[in-house]
Design a protein around this ligand. Sequence first.
Ligand SMILES: Nc1ncnc2c1ncn2[C@@H]1O[C@H](COP(=O)(O)OP(=O)(O)OP(=O)(O)O)[C@@H](O)[C@H]1O
Ligand SMILES: NC(=O)c1ccc[n+]([C@@H]2O[C@H](COP(=O)(O)O)[C@@H](O)[C@H]2O)c1
Length: 316
Amino acid sequence: MTESDKAGLTAASNGQRPISYDTPTYDGYSFPTARLRDTLSDPAKTPLCLVACGSFSPITHLHLRIFEMASDYCKLDTEFEIMGGYLSAVSDAYKKAGLAPAKHRVHMCQVACEQTSNWLQVDTWEPFSPEYLPTAKVLDHFDYELNTVRGGAKIVDADGKEIGRKPYRIVLLAGSDLIMTMSEPGLWAPEDLNHILGKYGAFIVERAGTDIDAALAHLQKWRDNIYVIRQLIQNDVSSTKIRNFLKQGMSVLYLIPTDVITYIIENGLYVDEYNAKQHQQSKQDVVNKIEEVADKVAMDGSKDEAASDADSGVEA
Ligand SMILES: Nc1ncnc2c1ncn2[C@@H]1O[C@H](COP(=O)(O)OP(=O)(O)OP(=O)(O)O)[C@@H](O)[C@H]1O
Ligand SMILES: NC(=O)c1ccc[n+]([C@@H]2O[C@H](COP(=O)(O)O)[C@@H](O)[C@H]2O)c1
């Protein structure tokens, strides 16, 4: 992130104190619940909703994978029961270099969730906001939708009759590089950090290249609310690397979901003007090739038919 990006971000962030749920709902917006579980399987557990904030430009397998790591972590070590997982892409107002328009980033996240997961979903409140929304406010939005509007998760008896509710616990799911930025002066407002880590908490997935202990050293005040997940198979796929591969015409297969690759090609994303012309050309080359092969197959087919007709004595 450039210095001017940071400056813009800090200004936007500082202009919005105190944190409260005061941002209007956009026309046509509704909170997605299709994959949200509303009833606890184990009433003794705390219902948990994971929210990953980021650019997702484009979404990679590792963005999806961190949810799976968090899910495994919860099953083994915690009092949490996972009820939902949300991707919340930052709005275009973030103005970070390499950001595709929010519309495309959201679509890529949606096709990725549909293709690869049965529990992850995409919230469009943050990406379609005309203004930059600090992460604290995004988490407030989830709290509002899940606990104020929906009244928390249900607890039912053996007959399935509702006998109570528990508030969803909302946590930020992030890689350790994001947490590292929390110690950078001026990037996160102190009251936001207190709100995010004090009220909600964070699941932090280790990421190659970040010293997690150093990242956490400044956040000791909130250590009871920070859960560290070790990455047992190191994989540092990043959106930046994917964008660079795409710009150079290199393959990104097996790094991001295939439906996302198709979406990128169809929409000519992440190619500069020079490459865009080449991209159009190579698309045309592919179309020509497919037509050529189809013609050849059709011709071979009619030759075969004629030959087999001749063998069987049928007249053309
Ligand atoms: N390989 C990875 N390992 C662990 N966490 C990751 C990984 N890739 C992304 N994340 C986490 O996913 C969240 C969203 O990431 P973001 O969209 O910023 O992706 P990114 O790959 O870091 O992007 P960019 O390369 O554009 O900076 C962040 O919390 C980030 O730390
Ligand atoms: N003050 C804040 O709330 C603050 C500061 C820096 C980054 N963030 C968030 O962290 C994420 C960072 O994403 P990138 O790593 O792609 O820049 C974004 O969702 C952004 O909104 C929030």
